[in-house]
Each structure stands twice: as structure tokens, then as C-alpha cells.
Design a protein around this ligand. Structure first.
Ligand SMILES: [Zn+2]
Ligand SMILES: [Zn+2]
Length: 125
């Protein structure tokens, strides 16, 4: 006798993940284009300049680490190259450990800088 499960099948789960990935990419494209219009195409950290194909290595960093906070004036955005962006997030986690203050965000929230961070919550819906 087969027990009926309401759980998602693997293929459904995969579909959901790829849907979310698409969604995130679309969203990223939206604010990335805006940010690229607003700011000079230069990494805010290492001041490397980007043009042509290289522009793909220039990413939008959210100063408050909240990807949903996208004010059209760009006040929450910073253009960083892939390397500086990576460094920025690693540093954020370390700073958090050093200061050990929990009045803002927990290090865990910094780590959830990924398109799949909300997946667990979405699956529960
Ligand atoms: Zn850089
Ligand atoms: Zn970032």
C-alpha cells in the first residue's frame, strides 16, 4: 500500500529551485541595470574599471545586505567587482564575530546571502 505524501517530488523541487533562480536572476538584472546607469562602472573598493564583456564581473552589493531593499536612487547599492564583493561579505561576518553585538543582524543572516536563502520558507508555504 502506497502512502500518499504531500511532499514535493524531486523534479518538482528542482523545478522550484530553477524557478527561484530565474526569478532572482530577473530581479538582479533589474536593479543591476539601474545601478549601472546610476554609478560609474568602477569597483568601489579596488577602483578597477569595467567595460564591455568585463562588466559581468561588476556586481551590485547591498549596503544593508538586504536584497529586497532597492531604493531607485541607489542609496543601498554599491558596485563591486566579484572579488571585492566576496571580500565584503567575508569581512562582514568577521566583524560581526569580533564585535559580538547582537543589536543588528546575526552572522547567520549575513550567511544567507544567497538566492536559495528563502527556499526553506517557500517550501513550507
Ligand atoms: Zn574590486
Ligand atoms: Zn553584497
Amino acid at each position: 500500500m502506497k502512502s500518499k505524501k504531500t511532499k514535493l517530488t524531486d523534479s518538482q523541487r528542482q523545478q522550484l529551485v530553477s524557478d527561484m533562480r530565474q526569478e532572482e536572476l530577473q530581479r538582479q538584472k533589474g536593479y543591476r541595470e539601474q545601478a549601472l546607469k546610476l554609478f560609474p562602472h568602477v569597483c568601489a573598493r579596488c577602483t578597477r574599471e569595467f567595460e564591455g564583456k568585463n562588466i559581468r564581473e561588476l556586481t551590485v552589493h547591498h549596503k544593508d545586505h538586504n536584497h529586497d531593499n532597492n531604493p531607485p536612487d541607489g542609496s543601498n547599492w554599491e558596485l563591486l567587482c566579484l572579488y571585492c564583493h566576496d571580500h565584503e561579505h567575508t569581512r562582514g561576518i568577521q566583524n560581526n564575530r569580533d564585535s559580538d553585538s547582537d543589536d543588528t543582524q546575526t552572522p547567520q543572516e549575513h550567511l544567507s546571502h544567497s538566492p536559495f536563502a528563502n527556499l526553506a520558507a517557500t517550501l513550507k508555504k
